[in-house]
Design a protein around this ligand. Sequence first.
Ligand SMILES: Cc1ncc(COP(=O)(O)O)c(C=O)c1O
Length: 377
Amino acid sequence: MKSKHTFPQKGLPEGAIMTRILKVRKEDTNFTGGTVFGSMCTSPLDIAKKVHGMFLESNLGNPGLYPGTINLEKEVHKAVASLVHAPEGYEALSVGGATEGNILALWRARNESGKKKVVLPESAHFSFKKACDLLGMEPVNIPLDQSYQPDLSVMEEKINDETAVVVGIAGTTELGLVEPIGALAEITGDIHLHVDAAFGGFTIPFLKEGSAPEFDFKIPGVDSLVLDPHKMGLSTIPLGLYYSRDEHPISVESPYLTGDHQKTLTGTRTSASIPAFWSVIKHLGFDGYESIMESCMENTRLLFKLGTSIGLKPIVDPVLNIVSFHHEHPGEVVKEMRERGWNISRTVNPPGLRFVVMPHVTEESIRRMIPVLEESI
Ligand SMILES: Cc1ncc(COP(=O)(O)O)c(C=O)c1O
């Protein structure tokens, strides 16, 4: 009898299912070939993929059932805390990504201050729009100056008694810039200062010393910070880490689970990313990350040079592994490149073409991409 609904009536054998799954997998973009320049994620290390698959049923929302994973989580939190100079008494939370971490920071700042205004640069990621809307908070956008950094004099003017939180970005999404967090801290005083280091958190610590400004808890005014293992941490999606200088105060009782409270936004959630990321940290070590970052920066400089040689004007000198060039109609170029098998991205402020030079991007793929780009611009 014909099923009345589109939900399958009878089950199929695994072989039939896998035929479709393998076909679909081929339709999706993957990172081999180095054709993706528009993603801040990359193929996780093999060890992360292997380990992730071993923990699929475990649930960080019910931690008492998974003491082994929780021990690894503590090790991960401690290792990354030292990378971002979190002081004694810090609290770390494993979250789904920087979006969730940014929401947690604003939520805390709103509740503690009783205020609603979020002072943030125009370079801030769109996740802050979600956070403000959800939390009934009001963004106060600070324009960027000629070097695409937040205009500090405007920021100083806009911070007032109604400000709940000030946001600084370490590794802006569009240009990969590290904002002057130290200077922001001087302006904010006692107001909560949150650093979005989604991209910078696993890139800046591995750069040559002094090539990017300080951005983390070394700066006494920084109250919270988020960074993403699922971006340049080279681990599996989903994993973000939220750090608070002191104990994060927002907590909801979860009496019928093995943990007695939850501090994250999501409840039931995969814990597989924790052992996966633990394995990446152990496998690469600081030296491994450093050498991957070095090669990303080398490729970044190559793309910068070759892009310039075909007449494109860089928006800024790259600090991290992102290169962006001015272009009046970036959407059209992105579309044409896509049709020709290349995924690039665009900037909005100012309009331009954006290339994220992740570890899957190689010298060879850059050299193959440039002539296509030259024909498309
Ligand atoms: C600076 C910055 N913050 C936050 C995010 C959001 O991260 P996620 O998508 O992991 O939640 C991104 C993503 O690209 C980002 O670049």
